[in-house]
Write a protein that binds this ligand. Structure first.
Ligand code: GUN
Ligand code: FE
Length: 418
């Protein structure tokens, strides 16, 4: 009974994507890092333990973000009148260049990790830059803030400005060093991160695929985000049937666990390939709207059985808060539905599931309050001037739609308040 905590409050999570699971005024028992149960009345054996009582507050699983660019945190809201390729060339590469400077990296990454913590994104899959020293600073800041993450040293050796273009050998060596340095780390793990096919040579993709296989490391990249980008990939890699096959044939599409951001314009064959491999497509609705990329047909993909995650894609996405990303994924599906009634609207439970349980599955047993999962949770306080007790589900909707970090009063990760 040494490390038992009894947490009382209104719990909301999802067992699957189809509905919310609500446990009003319940007791959740945490044994060390793990949940050992949730109940309406407290069993006799626990009666001597002091209850941590959150009253009318809502307790939800903490968020996981499966696609975010740490160096773009200060770029949110800028360049939003451009489409992808111009936005990269005119805006993004300039801001990533600044991470040559260690002092700048220290300052910005300290802010970035603090923001993740504030918004309750306690686990995430992050793109760094091509700069090794800065990537290590990012890893250090995440560890210091007690967060869990996969961090990728970004690879790019062509079609990029000289100041971000790596030499093939250096790019692979640096990635290998990063893997070796972090593969046994408890909190920050390496993930292989070719920026996207157009910024990588055939040889670089081959080398990265080999590293993924040799060290059993997951992969993250961008896929089929914008129609000009898709066309460009066809020109750069004419010998491949489609964009997904470029990654697949280089060992970077499901041979190890893979995250592919966007995936808006997939051909039927690519959908088939994704269905049959260990690939999660990461829906980034804010970014897709901001860069006029398009709208993923997320409900069609879900109904086909594809594994779909959710990402903020900061800085093309402007909201770090996954509550806002959840809302935008629903709103985007409504726009799609308005234009084509064959497209179904995304349910709130589906979007919430993706940001918690679905995304969490990339990290293992987290994302809902099932017995045996890590107790990773946020205590949400509804500050609205209400008469009487707030209805828990109403509080959740209010938080999703207009809440922010100020509504998150407590954060738990692996059973501990952080
Ligand atoms: N494709 C290649 N690089 C990027 C990036 O930084 N952001 C987005 N949204 N798409 C990309
Ligand atoms: Fe991205």
């Amino acid at each position: 009974m040494d490390d038992i905590k009894i947490i009382k409050g209104n719990f909301i999570d999802t067992a699957d994507k189809d509905s919310f699971r609500i446990n009003n005024s319940s007791y959740l028992i945490v044994d060390g890092e793990l949940i050992s149960g949730i109940c309406k009345s407290l069993p006799e054996q626990y009666k001597s333990i002091q209850i941590i009582d959150y009253d009318d507050s809502l307790i939800i699983p903490s968020f996981t973000d499966l696609h975010i660019h740490a160096p773009q945190i200060l770029q949110r809201g800028l360049g939003m009148d451009m489409e992808l390729i111009d936005w990269l060339n005119i805006c993004t590469f300039q801001s990533e260049r600044k991470f040559e400077n260690i002092k700048y990296a220290e300052e910005v990454y300290s802010y970035f990790t603090e923001m993740l913590y504030n918004f309750g994104t306690l686990r995430s899959c992050i793109f760094g830059t091509v700069h090794q020293a800065a990537n290590e600073i990012l890893a250090k800041q995440l560890i210091k803030n007690g967060l869990y993450a996969f961090v990728g040293n970004v690879n790019m050796d062509r079609n990029s400005p000289a100041y971000l273009t790596e030499k093939l050998h250096d790019s692979l060596l640096q990635t290998r060093n990063f893997i070796l340095k972090y593969r046994d780390n408890e909190r920050v793990k390496p993930i292989i991160t070719p920026r996207f096919a157009p910024s990588c040579s055939h040889e670089l993709l081959i080398g990265l695929g080999r590293l993924a296989e040799k060290y059993k490391v997951p992969v993250q990249s961008h896929l089929s985000e914008n129609t000009s980008e898709v066309q460009w990939v066809k020109e750069l890699y004419p010998e491949y049937r489609n964009y997904s096959e470029v990654y697949r044939k280089h060992g970077l599409f499901g041979q190890t666990k893979t995250l592919m951001a966007h995936g808006i314009y997939l051909e039927p064959e690519e959908i088939e390939l994704a269905l049959n491999s260990d690939v999660i497509l990461v829906h980034c609705p804010d970014s897709n709207l901001n860069l006029s990329s398009g709208i993923m047909n997320v409900t069609k993909y879900l109904d086909l059985g594809l594994k779909i995650g959710l990402g903020s894609d900061v800085g093309a996405g402007h909201s770090l808060g996954m509550n806002q990303v959840i809302v935008r994924s629903i709103q985007s599906s409504k726009i799609k539905h308005a234009m084509d009634k064959n497209c179904r609207v995304l349910k709130h439970s589906e979007a919430f599931f993706m940001a918690t349980k679905g995304n969490g599955s990339f990290f293992g047993n987290t994302g809902n309050f099932d017995k045996g999962n890590f107790f990773d949770a946020l205590v949400i306080t509804d500050n609205s001037p209400l008469s009487g007790k707030p209805e828990p589900l109403d509080s959740l909707y209010r938080f999703l739609y207009y809440g922010d970090d100020r509504n998150i009063s407590v954060r738990y990760l692996k059973g501990n308040r952080i």
